[in-house]
Design a protein around this ligand. Structure first.
Ligand SMILES: [Zn+2]
Ligand SMILES: [Zn+2]
Length: 667
């Protein structure tokens, strides 16, 4: 048995206890579970059915509770087996068990049948690596509780007829499974090598079609070896086209911008510096993207101080990684691209798929935030008693059979609705007579208040997504209380040289010391955000907010460099900020120290303004939204300056812009 992708569950150890205690009816096992997603609870139910044990599985807002008859003789085998079939999950927490006379009576979360987009579960993985199974090296292996499902959905309700799989007729063995395999009972996407999706591999001269187990295996073997020997491979994965390569043996440019794919879990400790929570997140069945600090010299040489990391997240990537390990590598790398990208080899299949934007997670001690993206979190069901459709960032919230579902626009048919709320700037023509346009920051703030049941109560908000807004919610509307001074990056030097007395001298000195940077900054387009411009100023490879975050992560010192954030009326001034960075640059301050200090200074600024606003409006509710908060130095600083106010952030939605589709329900 191959166990390289399985992650053992330590949740249940210690549960098998002496059952010959007093005359109590029930044995109860509770596991913390911090999401309304149903796939883990449903998997447990299905496993109970498979083992023919009576178990009540109840999912509440923060845990999954299993109630067993204490005398049940199958209990022990069930619990032992559960450890093997249960995947590690971002949402699973600690477990505990006890005996009770009564079944727990708590409010369950709503049960929904929505297609998931996660990695294969332990049972499905075992099948993929079991030579006797019908799915040996079959990358589309999945069950009701795992794998790539959303990719095939064309519309709701989620059934085979509404997926791109509808033209494939299941073979006899698959049909039987629909009744007999508890994990694939009525599974809409059932398939195997016999009846499923064909794969082909192409190089410049030839094309090979995989038709049977041997071919499938061979295809991945050849692909893995090719990468190890320095070739590039373009592969259609369930997350879109990815170009894979060996970063230590290829002439690919800008390796620093690629994602590091750890092919085996053992490589994590050799190459990366991670805390346990980060390790668990990367190996969870949700398989998010995570930025972590580098450790080994070879990975440092490739990526610098930190790198965006991924553990194989779909069947194709997983099978490829397995063969890469066989070829002796701990890791490879990939970039997301389209099907026309140049590469030595191509692995492709004909089935059309919908991909979702991948999801980044941020971890700071025991806090886990979803930074941005659609996968893992969407589709989701939300509570709403309004007859309203919301649209933002290609996502929509639509009522289907009286359930409000948030998902990609493309999977919804047009519906009747009383009102339509569309994000300002969204390219969407609703043609509705009652259409409202809304601002990102307003919807973002409402999404947090709604998640924490604070709608209708006064609150102060900070929205930080490239630019910084201080917001006031008066119980009805969100008001931009301290808007940023608008930033335009064209004619930058004019704006800087007139900022205050002596600024023109700084511009001259800067031109002498950094002529190339000066030139570039002289020719910027007007619509760049302050972080892009800062990254260019500092000469970072990744010219974005990400690049500055990555650089800040490598600073291990104490800080204390004060970067100027304002000139007048307490508002954040982008030009003052850039000027301050340039003067430090002229004073030879190290880049990583500067990047760290940028966030620290923002943290201090926010920490100073928010309490003033709270006092002014008489509220102690503070809300933070926006991707920029997903930064270790800023987040740490905010905890110190605003910790007492317990600032609220999104839990089940991204803190970034994809929370707007939900928040707009409350505008
Ligand atoms: Zn599965
Ligand atoms: Zn089949």
């Amino acid at each position: 048995m191959h166990t390289s992708y399985l992650h053992g569950n330590k949740l249940l150890s210690g549960c098998i206890v002496n059952m010959k205690t007093r005359k109590i009816m029930y044995f109860i096992l509770e596991i913390a579970f911090s999401s309304p997603k149903n796939y883990i609870a449903n998997l447990i139910r299905a496993y109970g059915e498979q083992k023919q044990i009576e178990v009540d599985v109840l999912q509440t807002t923060d845990k999954i509770i299993m109630t067993f008859n204490k005398e049940d003789e199958k209990l022990e085998t069930f619990l032992l087996g559960l450890e093997d079939i249960l995947p590690a999950s971002l949402f699973l927490g600690k477990g505990k068990h006890y005996f009770s006379d009564n079944k727990p009576a708590l409010m369950p979360v709503s049960k929904s049948n929505l297609p998931v987009n996660i990695a294969p579960c332990p049972t499905c993985q075992k099948e993929m690596f079991d030579v006797s199974s019908r799915r040996y090296y079959y990358p589309f292996t999945s069950c009701n509780y795992c794998g790539s499902q959303h990719q095939f959905l064309t519309k709701y309700p989620y059934e085979r007829l509404h997926t791109t799989m509808k033209f494939l007729v299941p073979c006899e063995a698959c049909k039987n499974e629909l009744n007999l395999n508890a994990l694939r009972k009525d599974y809409p996407l059932i398939s195997c090598i016999e009846c499923g999706i064909g794969l082909r591999m192409l190089d410049k001269e030839s094309e090979h079609m995989a038709l049977n187990k041997g071919d499938y295996r061979k295809l991945f073997e050849v692909a893995g070896r090719a990468i190890a020997s320095g070739k590039t491979l373009l592969m259609k994965t369930m997350h879109g086209y990815r170009k894979f390569f060996n970063p230590n043996n290829s002439d690919i440019k800008h390796i620093g911008l690629s994602t590091l794919l750890m092919a085996r879990a053992e490589g994590f400790n050799t190459h990366l510096m991670m805390v346990e929570q980060e390790f668990n997140a990367l190996l969870s069945i949700e398989r998010p993207l995570l930025r972590v600090a580098t450790k080994s010299d070879e990975v440092k040489a490739l990526y610098g101080s930190s790198v965006l990391v991924k553990y194989p997240d779909d069947g194709l990537t997983m099978l490829l990684a397995k063969e890469v390990v066989t070829s002796g590598l701990d890791y490879i790398a990939y970039i997301e691209c389209d099907g026309n990208e140049e590469a030595d080899f191509l692995v492709d299949f004909d089935m059309p798929i919908n991909t979702q934007k991948d999801t980044k997670v941020f971890i700071n001690q025991d806090t886990k935030l979803f930074v941005s993206g659609e996968r893992i979190l969407y589709p989701t069901e939300v509570q709403s008693n309004k007859d309203r459709v919301t649209v933002a960032h290609d996502l929509a919230c639509v009522k289907i059979d009286n359930k409000s579902i948030v998902d990609s626009l493309g999977v919804f048919d047009s519906v009747d609705t009383q009102e339509l709320y569309v994000l300002e700037g969204e390219d969407f023509e609703g043609g509705h007579s009652n259409e409202h346009r809304f601002e990102q920051y307003k919807a973002s703030m409402m999404s947090v208040l709604a998640e924490h049941h604070k709608v209708g109560q006064k609150a102060i908000g900070v929205h930080f997504d490239g630019s910084l807004h201080f917001l006031y919610y008066n119980g009805k509307n969100v008001i931009d209380a301290v808007p940023p001074i608008p930033f335009e990056s064209d004619n930058l030097w004019d704006k800087i040289s007139t900022l205050r007395e002596g600024s023109d001298r700084l511009v001259e000195n800067y031109q002498k010391a950094y002529p190339e940077v000066w030139e570039r900054l002289d020719n910027l387009k007007g619509d760049m955000d302050i972080f892009e411009v800062t990254a260019i100023t500092l000469g970072l490879e990744d010219e974005s907010f990400e690049g500055i975050s990555a650089e800040a992560l490598s600073f291990l010192g104490k800080g204390g460099l004060q970067i100027d954030t304002r000139v007048k009326d307490n508002r954040f001034d982008n030009y003052a900020f850039l000027t301050s960075i340039m003067s430090y640059q002229l004073g030879d301050v190290e880049n990583n120290f500067m990047c760290y200090s940028i966030y620290e200074s923002f943290g201090d600024y926010i920490g100073e303004i928010v309490p003033q606003l709270c006092d002014k409006v008489g509220s102690n509710i503070v809300v933070l939204t926006g991707e920029t908060f997903a930064n270790q130095s800023l987040y740490g600083r905010i905890q110190r300056t605003l910790g007492q106010k317990n600032p609220l952030m999104n839990q089940n939605f991204p803190i970034g812009k994809e929370n707007a589709v939900y928040g707009a329900l409350y505008l």
